[in-house]
Design a protein around this ligand. Structure first.
Ligand code: AVJ
Length: 316
């Protein structure tokens, strides 16, 4: 009897999501292989998708205010830095008053390499290729006495967490911090549903390609035979839950084999696979979330053009 190779983390999570009896799912973090990251980059340039530009505008406009609210010697870390494209204004403002030490945390080694190359002129950049919390624990263990830690969590990535999981995540971050440490939290705000639907289902089809790519990735990395042309990109907005959902809808009855997950999946017409949930917030909800996790909110900046907020959370 031959011993099957252990499943990769990707294979395990794909099995788990596609064998669910209620709603089939795929974890959204697997959207970001090199193709997916490039497609997401393209999404951020779309006229319909204002989130990233709002994030950047607020950071450019308010980084000096932010730095002026932080005492003493600050070290900076970023959860999910990517190539650090948005972080420059924060480091530049800090650089005006101290030597900058910045720990970008990301799972993508290519993005971290680009981040180090681009931001090293502003100070010491120490990339950490790890999960958010493991990386944060490493940074917290390296802080010198009297140093304040600033954690950047930008781009509304917090929106991918379900409500309970968002609290649990912020609590886990809080545990790694000391009173007085800071977290800058970027959150996309509630806005009219037609604006959101256009942002996640743009007429150019970039979001659709970003979504379909997760099936392409499974084909490439897990030897599967998904026919991407038999799936359609679908966006649902649950107004009450302030939640955008990205789905792939099966256009026919299909049987798909995923060799490296030792799995055969069948999909009936119109059945969907949910690939991402993006929660939107109201400013006061962010303050409540912060308080629940042991932070007070010392400042909140909201973009006029595209409702998005940067909130400065201080560990209590
Ligand atoms: C990277 C999670 C912030 O929710 O807007 C963009 C991802 N999904 N288009 C978002 C995304 C579809 C994006 N986040």
């Amino acid at each position: 009897m031959y011993a099957r190779a252990p499943f990769s983390e990707f294979a395990r999570e794909v099995r788990q999501g596609l064998t669910r009896t209620d709603q089939k799912t795929l974890p959204c973090r697997f959207l970001y292989d090199s193709v997916g990251s490039a497609l997401f980059d393209a999404i951020t340039y779309l006229p319909e998708y204002g989130l990233t530009r709002a994030d950047i505008r607020l950071l450019e406009r308010h980084s000096s205010d932010l730095v002026s609210l932080l005492p003493g010697n600050v070290i900076v870390t970023e959860l999910g830095s990517g190539s650090g494209g948005k972080t420059r204004p924060v480091l530049e403002s800090l650089n005006e008053r101290q030597v900058v030490v910045y720990y970008p945390i990301d799972v993508s080694p290519t993005a971290l390499a680009r981040c180090q190359q681009e931001l090293s002129p502003l100070g010491t950049v120490i990339p950490l290729e790890s999960s958010y919390l493991d990386g944060l624990r490493t940074v917290a263990s390296r802080r010198a006495p009297g140093q304040t830690l600033l954690v950047l969590f930008l781009g509304s990535t917090i929106g991918n967490f379900e409500a309970e999981a968002a609290i649990d995540f912020l609590l886990a971050v809080r545990i790694c911090l000391q009173p007085g440490d800071a977290m800058l939290l970027g959150t996309d705000l509630v806005k009219p549903s037609n604006v959101l639907l256009d942002a996640y289902d743009d007429p150019t089809g970039v979001n659709a390609a970003f979504n379909l790519n997760i099936l392409g990735r499974i084909n490439r990395e897990l030897e599967a035979d998904f026919d991407l042309r038999q799936f359609e990109h679908v966006i649902r907005y649950h107004e009450e839950a302030q939640r955008i959902e990205m789905h792939l809808r099966s256009l026919s009855y299909q049987i798909v084999s995923i060799k490296k997950a030792d799995l055969i999946v069948d999909l009936v017409p119109n059945e969907t696979i949910c690939t991402e949930a993006c929660h939107k917030f109201r400013p006061e909800q962010i303050c409540k979330l912060a308080r629940t996790a042991g932070f007070r909110v010392d400042a909140q900046w909201v973009d006029e053009e595209w409702p998005f907020a940067e909130s400065l959370l201080i560990a209590e």
